[in-house]
Design a protein around this ligand. Structure first.
Ligand code: NAD
Length: 491
């Protein structure tokens, strides 16, 4: 059965589906970047809200800005914007729901003005974004908005036919201002620290280049709440699409797969109203920073910790790593003894429970999270996820063996070969520089840890850390990952 509004009532009984009248809904939200994550996360929370009734002003209109979004547009249109969310349980059971919160999708390259007018519509009160970390157009070296990007230059010259998210938002806000309409909130749901601040500074940098008066109005009127978003959403594979058809008779051209766990913490800072996502399981707070810190220092840092060590040892998936007790012991000790003491209190969070959930999530065999994916772009991850913890441990003269081992495993991984001699490509924007830095074994401490832009001055200037790093590299070279982990758990 092809999934669309006429077949909703024929879905198998275990599949949840919209119980609300989708024809009555208004688009209060426009979402730019309708990929897997938005469909598994914000659209799912919004669907839960719509199921409760009384929230008809908050349906979502999707927008795609890139050529790659053309397929999503045509698939969703063919299915009346319905799709199946498959939650992959660790015990092998899957929960299925058909999500109805998205009720339209505009593909911007075909008709940019239609998208700008939709953004300028008085019904629209929130514009949310998942445009990936790179979508904010910030130069990694300077931390500044990249004014020279050809699409930015184009958008400044052709404000009525923009290509970038900044061009669309700025033109729509200009029209709202001219028409005496209130602006919309811009809500980033991308996985980057202080995502609201990142969205704000990028948009303002662009708007100031276009029109200082408009930029000041945006600065004063528009809010950019920060959010912490969490739900592992791997790419859908043909096998999942096929499974859905064979097991449930549902022909969905692009279902979404994700883990059962989900979390969304939002800064309560919306300039033009908001839905009550809290009643659908999200949390509103005045300050997202502690939650963000918890996620980055525990989840993301553990991912990096298991990625390089696991890959060198020959594992390829997180659940394979977590099935080895030497790794689970190591990750538990890293979270409990290295990270937790420096995290402080996180309001309303049971950290012991959170860490146990992380171990379960990492161990879920159905999610099939690839270590190769977690190994990507270490130069942007390690400095954010792990270095702040290491600096705090150095300052407090606490044990450094585990964190030094993780940094040592990254250095060894950068040589491009695992312990069995299999070659791998190092995928990182700084790959060349990083690989040069690990070439000469004798000067490894200076050339590698000496990259102060990545490691800060504190690491290379800490004798204790340099000694722990040197000893970890030696052990990896002579004994290998598994024996090194074993010896750590004994000491
Ligand atoms: P995806 O590849 O399925 O979708 C990415 C979307 O972003 C597409 O619609 C694409 O067109 C759009 N996009 C990319 N670059 C853009 C740009 N420069 N301007 C405008 N649009 C752009 O990826 P996804 O799994 O949906 O993840 C998207 C983002 O969500 C991630 O980068 C991350 O920040 C966040 N996130 C993802 C996960 C996850 O597990 N997948 C978890 C937490 C947060």
């Amino acid at each position: 059965m092809k999934l669309n509004k006429t077949t909703l009532s024929d879905l198998p009984s275990g599949v949840s589906r919209p119980q609300y009248n989708r024809a009555n809904l208004k688009h209060g939200i426009i979402h730019i970047g309708v990929g897997g994550f938005h469909r598994a996360h914000q659209a799912m929370y919004t669907d839960r809200l719509l199921q409760q009734g009384g929230n008809d002003d908050w349906a979502i209109c999707g927008v795609g800005l890139r050529e790659a979004d053309r397929t999503m547009q045509s698939v969703l249109a063919e299915q009346d914007y319905l799709y199946t969310l498959i939650e992959l349980g660790s015990d092998g059971t899957n929960a299925l729901s058909v999500i109805g919160a998205i009720t339209d999708f505009l593909f911007a390259p075909d008709d940019p003005d239609r998208v700008i007018e939709k953004l300028a519509s008085p019904d629209v009160r929130i514009v949310s974004l998942t445009i990936t970390e790179g979508g904010y157009n910030v130069d990694d070296n300077t931390g500044l908005f990249n004014h020279e990007h050809p699409d930015v230059v184009h958008d400044l010259q052709h404000p009525q036919q923009p290509r970038t998210v900044f061009g669309f938002l700025t033109e729509a806000l200009a029209r709202r201002r001219n028409r005496g309409l209130a602006p919309f909130t811009i809500m980033s749901c991308d996985n980057l620290p202080h995502n609201g601040h990142a969205a704000r500074s990028a948009l303002l940098a662009f708007a100031y280049m276009r029109d200082a008066g408009l930029a000041e109005w945006i600065d004063q009127q528009v809010t950019f709440p920060c959010s912490m978003v969490d739900r592992i959403t791997p790419g859908t594979t043909p096998a999942h699409t096929e499974w859905l058809k064979l097991s449930h008779g549902i022909e969905d051209r692009w279902p979404v797969i994700c883990e059962p766990f989900t979390q969304w913490v939002l800064e309560d800072n919306f300039c033009n109203g908001r839905p009550d996502w809290a009643s659908a399981g999200a949390r509103f707070t005045g300050n997202v920073a502690p939650y963000e810190l918890m996620k980055i220092r525990l989840l993301n840092a553990s991912h990096s910790a298991m990625a390089y060590l696991g890959y060198l040892a020959g594992y390829r998936y997180t659940h394979e790593v977590m099935a080895d007790s030497r790794f689970t012991d190591f990750i538990r000790a890293f979270m409990d003894e290295d990270v937790t003491p420096i995290l402080g209190d996180i309001p309303g969070v049971d950290l012991v429970g959170y860490k146990a959930t992380l171990i379960d999530r990492f161990s879920n065999p159905q999610v099939g999270d690839q270590l190769a994916r977690l190994c990507l772009d270490g130069s942007s991850k390690i400095p954010k996820f792990l270095v702040p913890t290491i600096r705090a441990l150095i300052q407090e003269s606490r044990p450094l063996d585990r964190v030094a081992l993780v940094i040592a495993s990254w250095a060894v991984y950068l040589k491009g070969k695992d312990e069995a001699g299999h070659l791998h490509e190092v995928r990182d924007p700084l790959a060349e520089r990083l690989q040069t830095a690990v070439q000469d074994r004798d000067s490894l401490n200076q050339t590698f840890l000496g990259m102060e832009d990545l490691f800060s001055r504190d690491l290379i200037h800490s004798r204790a850390f340099c000694a722990a790093f040197e000893s970890a590299v030696k052990r990896l070279e002579s004994d290998g990952v598994l024996a090194t982990l074993e010896s750590l758990s004994v000491t």
